[in-house]
Design a protein around this ligand. Structure first.
Ligand code: TRP
Length: 767
């Protein structure tokens, strides 16, 4: 029996401090095998048991096989002495070797990487430890059955159960022993070993492992497990060289009831290992953790304080799976949208509280805006690519340092500490619209309202692309003289409606201009008109992208018209400052190295993923983002009929149009807005409304500026008590907010006559 760990797996640096086990009748007394030194002691049962639990649990978090566990080590931590920790400070440590280069793809997706200079790395790892700690303690309370099998020798255990029961350290000790036996020509005396077995409720195996000690504690009497994270005791190394996770723990003991050992089975086929060793199960559990992490990140944005993590239950994961019918492509949005899955699917990143703090530091603290936009405060813009690099650029430009990462600390800078930079802003904004109907609706406003805020906050140039070409290629048609559209009477008309889309550009531009951009910093352009300037870059992009790539990203095939296949280059081109030699260059040659930030709804991401892939080919090497446009993504504005999905201009009752009258607004909301309230007054007062699906409440999240009021409405309506207890009251509030919003918009738009549009669309320097 390997009572004492004699190889380098175990070190117990300060053995003199080790107190004798507090309960000698249940604690095994170290026997003294041949080579034991006083520095070595037996693994206490609590550590042995927790080690076994973690052998079963960690594969779920890491998405790896149980046999990837590299080593177990026992150490002494001085400051645990006297804190109720068994043996005054003994800790167990497991190391998992997950391969080279960020481990496998699966693992790389789950673990944060420590070589990306990611400011959120520390927080993400902390969440991992929290989640593991919570899970392992839940596991201990789960009532799972624990068995201990005694074998005469390691050989017997391996013959019966196979090599996967060993961790890396055990394998190498065994190899060493076998070598020694071979060299000396005789077998060493066999030592008895124990195997621990954790069973699921259905009798299948949760964990099966060769133990490092010889006693297990009944789970019901195992103490509280703590994951030790000070001084990098538990650590994740996940970089280009290797991927390794170390988990160090201690157990604060409770009454200890030992598991009675039984003779181990002679054959593993008596044990149902399917759940334990099957790779798929592990992947699924790992994914569950990942989905959970993203949810947490999103939740944290809302509450600001990082919520204490709860491990997702299988039921919750099933709920998430309901969203599997969602479709989000550049051309179609349908089904229940699960935004954390979307981040996952698209490979973008959640906007974290820290990033918001950084944004606040370069905007609010600069004094250009009073607070972060409500779309940021309420996670309506929720995902991004490279926003941290945009923050870096701005920090450098303003000469301020990033805010401390510490959640507790408030921002150090005040508006007064900023001196306005005299050099030119290092970035520009780019957004756009496919003009598809003459009347825009509220949903269309979302990216433009936000872009206007960003422009004001950064005081930076902005280009707005009107993709009349895109809309014609995708939605246009040949329409004979008898088509009855607005140009039908024109004898010179061609057989199609390209002009129709060109005219929509002008109409839509009026609504966009009414969103309050800074005129001398904004250039609106129609592709049909301006494309010549961008043409050199378009040609470069065409050369860099294959038809296969475009078909893969956008789902075109060989029957698609060739304009569709060519179009993504035209939406990509404005991501490069060099597409605007006059507008962003103005004679100064730096247009080429300006960084580009694109605010857009998440369905536009595929265009820019493609752009980012080839961006380095279009810029000089010193471009701060290697040409890649940064992105900040919004969720969709829900249609009146239900909070899931996107509004459509074709269903007039699914949207409030910017041309609607106050009566239209009132009627549409009262009649069509989907309610999350209860069927009867009594039920509503008892249960309150389901705010997540209630369109009126959701729309208030987009358009009611006052946070306190929104919270008040949410609390009252959600509980069915107080000032806004009913759907009618909340709808009335929404009607009031929207009547103002739409009236203000209409007033601004009134002044935007065609000449004004022409000014905004004239090619001029906007730096
Ligand atoms: N394709 C977008 C649409 O159909 C229009 C668009 C062009 C756009 N360039 C953009 C949107 C940049 C956001 C950002 O509406």
């Amino acid at each position: 029996m390997r009572w004492m760990e004699q190889d380098k797996d175990v070190q117990c640096a300060e053995t003199p401090h080790i107190k004798s086990p507090k309960n000698p009748t249940t604690q095994p007394q170290p026997r003294t095998p041949q080579h034991t030194t006083p520095r070595v002691m037996a693994t206490p049962p609590s550590i042995t048991t927790t080690n076994l639990l973690l052998r079963g649990l960690l594969p779920s978090f890491l998405g790896c096989a149980p046999s990837t566990c590299g080593a177990f080590q026992m150490t002494w931590r001085k400051d645990l002495e006297g804190r109720g920790v068994e043996n005054g400070g003994l800790t167990g440590k497991l190391t998992w070797n997950l391969g080279k280069k960020h481990g496998s793809e699966q693992i790389a997706n789950i673990l944060p990487k420590d070589d990306a200079n990611d400011p959120n790395f520390g927080a993400a790892i902390e969440q991992l430890w929290n989640a593991i700690e919570k899970s392992v303690n839940e596991l201990a309370k789960s009532g799972k059955v624990l068995k201990k099998y005694d074998y005469q020798s390691e050989e017997d255990a391996l013959t019966a159960l196979g090599g996967d029961i060993m961790d890396g350290g055990q394998i190498s000790s065994r190899d060493k022993r076998l070598k020694k036996e071979k060299k000396e020509g005789k077998a060493l005396a066999p030592e008895a070993v124990c195997v621990g077995h954790v069973l699921n409720d259905d009798g299948s195996t949760y964990a099966l492992a060769l133990l490092h000690g010889d006693s297990l504690i009944e789970l019901s009497s195992l103490g509280t497990i703590k994951i030790l994270r000070e001084k990098n005791e538990s650590a994740v190394v996940c970089n280009k060289k290797k991927c390794e996770v170390t988990v160090k723990f201690c157990v604060i003991p409770a009454d200890e009831k030992l598991v009675d050992g039984v003779a181990g089975p002679e054959n593993a086929s008596n044990i149902d290992l399917s759940q334990c060793m099957e790779k798929n199960i592990r992947d699924e559990e790992g994914l569950k953790y990942k989905v959970y992490m993203e949810q947490l990140a999103l939740k944290a944005i809302k509450s600001d304080a990082v919520a204490s993590p709860e491990i997702i239950s299988p039921e919750q994961v099933q709920e998430m799976d309901v969203a599997d019918d969602m479709v989000v492509t550049a051309f179609e949005v349908s089904g229940n949208i699960d935004y954390s899955k979307l981040i996952d699917k698209f490979g973008s990143k959640p906007l974290t509280p820290y990033l918001l703090k950084r944004l606040e530091n370069v905007t609010v603290k600069r004094g250009t805006v009073d607070k972060l936009h409500r779309f940021l405060r309420r996670e309506i813009f929720f995902s991004h690519r490279d926003i941290e690099k945009i923050c870096e650029l701005l920090e450098e430009w303003y000469g301020v340092s990033p805010p401390p990462e510490d959640e507790e600390n408030d921002l150090p800078a005040t508006a007064a500490t900023y001196t306005e930079p005299t050099t030119q802003c290092p970035l520009y904004l780019y957004t756009g619209r496919g003009p598809s109907s003459s009347a825009m609706h509220l949903g269309h406003l979302v990216p433009f309202l936000f872009t206007a805020w960003l422009q004001k906050a950064f005081r930076c140039p902005l280009v707005i692309q009107m993709t009349d070409d895109e809309k014609f290629l995708f939605k246009g048609e040949y329409s004979g003289d008898n088509a009855g559209d607005e140009g039908a009477a024109d004898p010179n008309r061609t057989g199609d409606n390209l002009d129709h889309f060109a005219n929509l550009t002008i109409e839509n531009a009026k609504d966009i201009i009414a969103c309050d951009f800074i005129k001398d910093k904004t250039f609106i352009f129609s592709d049909l008109d301006y494309v010549g300037r961008m043409y050199p870059n378009i040609v470069r992009i065409w050369k860099a992208v294959t038809v296969n790539q475009v078909n893969g990203v956008f789902g075109f095939d060989s029957s698609s018209n060739i304009g569709k296949v060519a179009f993504p280059a035209i939406q990509a081109a404005p991501s490069f400052g060099s597409s605007f030699p006059k507008v962003l260059g103005g004679g100064k040659a730096n247009a080429v190295t300006l960084a580009c930030l694109i605010p857009c709804a998440i369905d536009q991401d595929p265009y820019f993923r493609l752009t980012r892939d080839i961006a380095h080919k279009l810029v000089p090497r010193h471009h701060p983002l290697q040409g890649k446009p940064a992105l900040i993504h919004s969720k969709f504005f829900p249609p009146l009929q239900g909070a899931q999905g996107k509004m459509s201009s074709s269903d007039t009752n699914s949207a409030i149009f910017l041309t609607d009258t106050p009566e239209d607004i009132e009627r549409k909301i009262k009649v069509h807005a989907f309610s999350g309230g209860q069927e009867t007054k009594k039920l509503q007062e008892e249960l309150g409304a389901n705010l997540d699906v209630d369109v009126s409440y959701q729309w208030l999240r987009f358009f009611l500026e006052d946070d306190d009021e929104l919270i008040k409405i949410g609390q009252s309506y959600g509980s069915g008590k107080g000032e806004f207890w009913s759907t009618g009251l909340v709808k009335a509030k929404l009607v009031e907010v929207l009547k103002h919003l739409v009236a203000d918009h209409q007033n601004r738009r009134k002044n935007v006559i065609e000449d004004v549009v022409r000014e905004w669309m004239s090619e001029r320097c906007i730096l």
